[in-house]
Design a protein around this ligand. Sequence first.
Ligand code: COA
Length: 364
Amino acid sequence: MNTSAPTPANAKSTGLEGVVVADTRLSDVDGERGRLIIAGHDVESLATRATFEGVCALLWGRDDAAVRMALGRGRARAWSKRAGLGDALEATDGMEALRAATAHLRSSEFPDDADIAGAVAVFASAWARRREGLAPVAPDERLGHAADLLRMSVGRTPDPARIAGVDAYLVTVSDHGMNASTFAARVVASTASDTVSAIVAALGALKGPLHGGAPGPVLDMLDAIAVPEGAAAWLEGELNAGRRIMGMGHRVYRVRDPRAAVLERALLRLEQAGVSTPRVALARAVEQAAVGVLRARHPTRPLLANVEFYTAVLLDALGFPRALFTPIFAVARTAGWCAHIAEQRATGRLIRPASRYTGAAPPA
Ligand code: COA
């Protein structure tokens, strides 16, 4: 099975690396030290004590309880619109379904950030149910977002340990500096377009395997390797075939992505609560082998585990199907996207960079 993305042909171009495009109060990524601050809090502490509504409240500058109510209302509102989504949820790819379904929203009917965040959760889980030939599960406004997301996806009311696991994941990936999808959202917002359009652009960017599309393939990789002893040879084979190892490497981090450790700790808490976490030991062995083979090929460029590596293991342990991993990432990141859209809008400044012309000169 091909579980890795091809190496892009223009790998040498700069990709705007290190270019500052905005001032933000939302999050800060320190790639040298491996530190992530979200709205004034280290991700390590936020992930153990905040809920998804709590991090939304921090990012959106709103009250926790009001956000919880608004998210519940947003989920209910999206549910009532499901008959008007055309064939959006019939797509075989979850992100194509989510992008198409979200594009059906009218900003006038979904004016609040929480409406859109609620809708993304409802559409993602409805798509997953449909894919398995099951009826969608209606949202329950009284539940927290994490609990309802898992409930709508797997059809059972989850236990507190699993709810805490989902919250830890959603909080950990809620925002992350000027990543590609956030930039896409800010570019659209800077044109004074509407929030739904900006979120649809962000969903398109997140879909790619170099950004949010990696966790499903990470699980495929773990399945293909199957036993720790097989890791090095399998990984060498991938690199020899010109493919990248999913879940490894990062544009900004030069040390291990701090979110990998946060998600590993969330897995440990699940284990302690008696929830089975079947792939943790194999994942650790594969990570170690991947670090070794990548170091041998790129001795001067640290290529270490990124957030997607343990996302795959955690979301799997929580019961989400792997096809839903990237849509669940989108559910979480909608919190950050909405905050960035508002922040960008407040600047009132169009993002319009320059390019260097390398084409032919017109005929004399
Ligand atoms: N597997 C194999 N080789 C990798 C690699 C990986 N995961 N990540 C980077 N490399 C290689 C590149 O091909 C490049 O090789 P070259 O110098 O021979 O051309 C070298 O390492 C340096 O890469 P760099 O330019 O620093 O990477 P980047 O900043 O453009 O890429 C990612 C960052 C995340 C896109 C990249 O590491 C990647 O594709 N990772 C796998 C996908 C993934 O996990 N995405 C989730 C990100 S959170």
